[in-house]
Design a protein around this ligand. Structure first.
Ligand code: 4NP
Length: 144
């Protein structure tokens, strides 16, 4: 199964989700990530996101940002968005007739009672983002 994680910048939440899913998935799923915005294309994840991830054993430093592309609807089986704005931005690009599911990353972990992963680029809380992403990833892997 091919899964694409999407956030706004592709330098904090979605590369973290990519690394966590890759680690938890144990080779069962193919994972990539992208941003709806293009400001950071070609850049590694944000330093504090790399450090927070590495502190929990996830490798992020080698990842490079790219922008979500309309062709991603056909390339992936499942698109996982970090918040409802990402969902609206991705859905706005959906080609006519395409039915690839676009789901909130936290939607599998209903017990969290959360829709969005708050953006740590703005909140500064990289541990909160990691806690939510780990819980969402565990629930996701049980569901698929
Ligand atoms: P992300 O965080 O969507 O979790 O990668 C962001 C990082 C940078 C920007 C926006 C969001 N930015 O506008 O520069």
């Amino acid at each position: 199964m091919k899964v694409l994680c999407v956030c706004l910048g592709n330098i904090c939440r979605s590369p973290t989700a990519e690394a966590v899913l890759r680690e938890f998935g144990g080779g069962q799923i193919e994972v990539d990530s992208a941003g709806t915005g293009g400001w950071h294309v070609g850049k590694p994840p944000y330093g504090p996101a790399i450090q927070a991830g590495e502190a929990r054993g996830y490798e992020l430093a080698h990842l490079r940002a790219r922008q979500f592309d309309v062709a991603d609807f056909a390339r992936f089986d499942l698109i996982l968005v970090m918040d409802r704005q990402n969902q609206a931005d991705v859905e706005a690009l959906r080609p006519v007739g395409n039915e690839t599911p676009v789901r909130l990353f936290l939607s599998y972990a209903a017990d969290l009672g959360r829709n969005d992963v708050p953006d740590p680029y703005y909140t500064g809380d990289f541990d909160e983002a990691l806690d939510l992403i780990e819980a969402g990833a565990r629930a996701l892997l049980r569901a698929i």
